[in-house]
Design a protein around this ligand. Structure first.
Ligand code: HEC
Ligand code: HEC
Ligand code: HEC
Ligand code: HEC
Ligand code: HEC
Ligand code: HEC
Ligand code: HEC
Length: 400
């Protein structure tokens, strides 16, 4: 597919700049923090922090007693920028923390900690994730000019018991005790993985069905080895698991084998049989609002299951469809979530997570852009980072 560049974009930006200048006056009410929850309008401070989950959805399971597909494991990024005529991305001498106001525990919500020793051969203390992260803590500097925390063991259950796949992390950048900037970003997690739509029933559990069928069809003895880590044999780059040579990758096995198994009635989008899902609706970005769905970008089950591709690496690229003149997209050899553009700012910081990019269909995913620039994303208000409207046009490329 080829998208042609449109001059409409640059005109829209001029209008945007004016709106912002107008918004500025009203927004500078005393005590309003940039990014403070409830902060209204556009009220820039000395710094700005923009946070983003690396994936638009992380899947985990509700039960680990039988097998493991994916553990609780969210990864959050943030970029801290000192506002100025020439903004500066801050890399050192500050502390960047994250926390969830309405979610402080996990171990009483899922049995992951009971089975982690058998699944991974390590004992992890309750509420601590596989990389040592907790539901609140400090982010570390990365080589990509941003800050990150990997493997947050968050579940979709808040402390009040409510299920919520789209919870907000509050991210604070501090220098000593001085708060420089604060923001809130969605950390999406869901256990709506619909194996139960086709496996298990009144007489057999989901785990019994999956493991029994695997043993029958592939001469294995998984039923007697619970809990089974599927990536012990099937390579899975998401877990850094090399797998057993000669055995299909986990993605190729799952998508290849299920390609001819139609979803049950009620599942409109066949990918939502296993990806969250008819209820969670994890693809909620601007493309969703323009009618693009999973298969428009990824192809069908057979394409995703092709043994010729490396799962998690050979994924669609923005630059594979977008060809707007003068714009650069992913950096060579890097994924969207690893790339940086304009002045070294990450793609994530301005656009948000893949599948949740603004303007998103969902209010919560537009929250950060609304708080930071008083309009939905991408971040396009120059004054979020620049202290005066730059005279030169916006370079949509990395030339830092
Ligand atoms: C759309 C329905 C559907 C969904 C959703 C589904 N499966 Fe299956 N699965 C099947 C069918 C049908 C079979 C084959 C049953 C048979 O041969 O009797 C199967 C077989 C399997 C097998 C046996 C190995 C093989 O060669 O296929 C495994 C393992 C498996 N599924 C795992 C899963 C897991 C894990 C999930 C959730 C992430 C899942 N399935 C979701 C329909 C489904
Ligand atoms: C002990 C090693 C081992 C483990 C653990 C294992 N598998 Fe397999 N699996 C195999 C082998 C071997 C095959 C058949 C050869 C192949 O697909 O490469 C297979 C085949 C499959 C297939 C069918 C692939 C196809 O193309 O027809 C699916 C689906 C599958 N496994 C899913 C799973 C799931 C889900 C788990 C975790 C519950 C799992 N496997 C755990 C070894 C394993
Ligand atoms: C039968 C269950 C099932 C269905 C249906 C399914 N997936 Fe998946 N998918 C999985 C599982 C399980 C994983 C996680 C694999 C891993 O951890 O490596 C996954 C991972 C992926 C990944 C990331 C890994 C990779 O291969 O790059 C992509 C992309 C993906 N699925 C796309 C799709 C699309 C598009 C559809 C619909 C055409 C779809 N899936 C339907 C089970 C399914
Ligand atoms: C507009 C195109 C587009 C649509 C529509 C889309 N994806 Fe993606 N998907 C991508 C891109 C681009 C990436 C790679 C992101 C990156 O490089 O960081 C990706 C990556 C993924 C991954 C790997 C994990 C991740 O988030 O990076 C999975 C799983 C996935 N997509 C599943 C789906 C499913 C399921 C649907 C439908 C519900 C879907 N995608 C719809 C473009 C799309
Ligand atoms: C499969 C092709 C495809 C992929 C891959 C894709 N897009 Fe798009 N994108 C589209 C289409 C089609 C539109 C709608 C264009 C229209 O309505 O004129 C669009 C629209 C957009 C727009 C709105 C542009 C405007 O002028 O309104 C943005 C921003 C955007 N995409 C960003 C991205 C990003 C970021 C990625 C990578 C993470 C990406 N897209 C990946 C096809 C794609
Ligand atoms: C400083 C903020 C910022 C950064 C960083 C940024 N973008 Fe953008 N991006 C924008 C704005 C603003 C637009 C224009 C949206 C419009 O015209 O409506 C845009 C548009 C796009 C589009 C749609 C182009 C079209 O066809 O109209 C894609 C795709 C895209 N960006 C991908 C990326 C990728 C990939 C990166 C990282 C390498 C990136 N962006 C970094 C702000 C940013
Ligand atoms: C998310 C933060 C952010 C936003 C929003 C942003 N910029 Fe920038 N911009 C930067 C950073 C960081 C640099 C790199 C400054 C440096 O080190 O030279 C930069 C550099 C530039 C430069 C290169 C010259 C310079 O000042 O260093 C131009 C021109 C520019 N931006 C224009 C724009 C315009 C026009 C907009 C609004 C459409 C915009 N920027 C929005 C962060 C941003």
């Amino acid at each position: 597919m080829e998208l042609r560049g449109r001059s409409k974009g640059s005109r829209a930006r001029v209008v945007t700049g004016l709106t912002l200048l107008l918004a500025l006056g009203g927004g500078l009410a005393a005590g309003v923090f940039p990014g403070q929850p409830g902060g209204e309008g556009f009220a820039p401070g000395t710094h700005v922090v923009l946070g983003t989950n690396d994936l638009g959805m992380h899947c985990m399971q509700q039960d680990y007693a039988d097998f493991l597909v994916l553990p609780p494991y969210n990864t959050l990024h943030a970029q801290v920028i000192r506002r100025g005529q020439s903004p500066e991305i801050i890399e050192g001498d500050i502390t960047v923390t994250y926390m969830f106001g309405e979610n402080t525990r996990s171990a009483d919500k899922v049995n992951f900690w009971d089975y982690a020793p058998a699944l991974f051969g390590v004992t992890v203390p309750p509420n601590v994730g596989l990389t040592g992260s907790r539901l609140r803590g400090t982010m570390t500097r990365t080589a990509n000019k941003d800050w990150a925390v990997t493997g947050i063991p968050i579940t979709p259950i808040r402390d009040d018991g409510r299920e919520d796949a789209y919870q907000l992390a509050t991210i604070t950048a501090q220098q000593g005790s001085t708060v420089l900037a604060r923001t809130q970003a969605v950390v999406p997690v869901s256990w709506e993985i619909g194996c139960n739509l086709c496996h298990g029933g009144p007489t057999e559990s989901v785990g019994d069905s999956v493991l029994r069928l695997h043993d029958q069809l592939h001469q294995t003895t998984l039923s007697s080895q619970r809990p089974v880590n599927c990536s012990a044999c099937h390579a899975d780059p998401a877990l850094g698991a090399p797998g057993v040579p000669g055995v299909s990758t986990f993605s190729a096995a799952m998508h290849g084998a299920h390609a001819d198994r139609p979803p049950p009635p009620g599942v409109q989008n066949s990918c939502y049989a296993c990806h969250p899902g008819e209820r969670t609706d994890c693809q909620r970005d601007l493309h969703a609002s323009r009618g693009l769905t999973c298969t428009d970008c990824h192809g069908g089950m057979v394409d995703v299951g092709s043994p010729l591709r490396t799962p998690w690496v050979d994924v669609p690229k923005c630059g594979g469809c977008h060809t707007r003149a003068g714009f650069e997209f992913e950096e060579p050899g890097k994924l969207f979530r690893e790339s940086r553009g304009h002045g070294g700012v990450t793609c994530l910081a301005c656009h948000g997570s893949p599948h949740a990019m603004g303007p998103a269909v969902t209010t919560i995913d537009n929250h950060q852009a609304m708080v930071q620039q008083d309009m939905t994303g991408p971040i396009r208000n120059c004054l979020v980072c620049h202290t005066s409207q730059p005279e030169d046009p916006f370079p949509h490329r990395r030339d830092d």
